[in-house]
Design a binder for this molecule. Structure first.
Ligand code: NAD
Ligand code: TYD
Length: 354
């Protein structure tokens, strides 16, 4: 039995589905169901007794303590977070509350639980913290990719809150001996991603013949990791990673945002030829404040130590992702009703071209 936090979000739901399909042991899924969490992501598990969903907040220490005592998980995979940089610019408080204080609450209750365990369960227990490459800050075009030794230099409230949580996790290993592992991954893409992030937002807008809002000059670089590869990387770190260590997980796939958007448009031109060329919808809008220019991950440590490397090529992964969104319009409609519209208004209204 493992406890997953944030398992109704994009990566969390993919991880839960992947875990049930590959490992098959039970999961308790603790998720607050914010705007980003959606039980519709887990409908395939509706009648699967191996998946126990609990709606709740990681800040609710009594709830976390009760779940740990009742279910005695052998590991925690911590994914719950506020995850969108643009939202952290508009409203940072929630990022501190969930990413920093929430992680602290989870660590405190985990420590109490772990200290109560007898061997061999105590020795086998793991706390796996899922973090981001954004904690390392921004790279120049010729800089080497981030390694696990790159100093932290977060630039957005989101990145700063994740950096703070990474430091707390680190300190619980060094101070209390809690068996933690941290993974820092690059930008994920794939099915079930909420359409506030670049790839699903562009697919949705293009399908609706709306403008494709590229921030600034569109030459910012991200390293794209397919979410299924990421899930395999988390499993590898959980099962074989050394405690107290951090592992970078990347897709070996650096692209500028414009390359990504143009690739999406080209795929959509073949799928919906009547509306081609979709690239005519590309619109340059006001840049994100403090926008990091480039992220790149050196994933040699996890490859050499744990034998993990990404299997999906960006081109095929992107094609499958577009196909998934085209086949799941009802899902997109469902998650973008209501509050989503307010967010689009807040984020794009003053950028000029939308
Ligand atoms: P997401 O925003 O899609 O999902 C987050 C989930 O956490 C949601 O289901 C939400 O309901 C839940 N949640 C939020 N606050 C909570 C709270 N206080 N208590 C319990 N649940 C809460 O995020 P994601 O993209 O799936 O990211 C998952 C993790 O991976 C995050 O920690 C994020 O920082 C990290 N990460 C994501 C990416 C990416 O590209 N998406 C890249 C690097 C790292
Ligand atoms: P995003 O998906 O928000 O991920 P992150 O900021 O965590 O990397 O954005 C990916 C890149 O795409 C980032 O450089 C910002 C850019 N972007 C746009 O150009 N337009 C948009 O509408 C969005 C949401 C992002």
């Amino acid at each position: 039995m493992i406890l997953v936090t944030g398992g109704a979000g994009f990566i969390g739901a993919n991880f839960v589905l992947d875990w049930i399909a590959t490992v098959g042991t039970p999961i308790i899924n603790l998720d607050k169901l914010t705007y980003a969490g959606n039980l519709g992501n887990l409908t395939n598990l509706r009648s699967d007794t191996r998946h126990i969903f609990v709606k709740g907040d990681i800040n609710d220490r009594a709830l976390v303590a009760r779940l740990l005592k009742q279910h005695q998980p052998g590991a925690i995979v911590h994914l719950a977070a506020e995850s969108h940089v643009d939202r952290s610019i508009h409203a940072p408080a929630e990022f501190v509350q969930t990413n920093v204080t929430g992680t602290f609450c989870l660590l405190e209750e985990t420590r109490a639980y772990w200290e109560s365990l007898a061997e061999p369960a105590k020795n086998r227990f793991r706390f796996l913290h899922v973090s981001t490459d954004e904690v390392y800050g921004s790279l120049l075009p010729t800089d080497p990719a981030f390694t696990e030794a790159t100093p932290y230099a977060p630039n957005s409230p989101y990145a700063a809150s994740k950096a703070a949580s990474d430091h707390l996790v680190r300190s619980y290993y060094h101070t209390y001996g809690l068996p933690t592992i941290t993974t820092n991954c690059s930008n994920n893409y794939g099915p079930l991603q909420f359409p506030e992030k670049l790839i699903p937002l562009m697919i949705r807008n293009a399908c609706q013949q709306k403008q494709l809002p590229v921030y600034g000059d569109g030459l910012q670089v991200r390293d794209w990791l397919h979410v299924v590869d990421h899930c395999a990387g988390i499993r590898a770190a959980l099962q074989k990673g050394r405690i107290g260590e951090t592992y970078n997980i990347g897709g070996n796939s650096e692209k500028t945002n414009l390359q990504v958007v143009n690739a999406l448009c080209a795929i959509l031109d073949t799928k919906l030829p009547g509306r081609a060329p979709h690239s005519r919808l590309i619109t340059y809008v006001k840049d994100r404040p403090g926008h990091d220019r480039r992220y790149a991950i050196n994933a040699m440590k996890i490859k050499n130590e744990l034998g993990w490397e990404p299997a999906e090529k960006f081109e095929t992964g992107l094609l499958k992702t577009v196909e998934w969104y085209l086949a799941n319009e009802a899902w997109v409609e469902n998650v973008t009703s209501g509050a989503y519209r307010n967010w689009v208004e807040t984020n794009y209204a003053n950028r000029g071209a939308m």
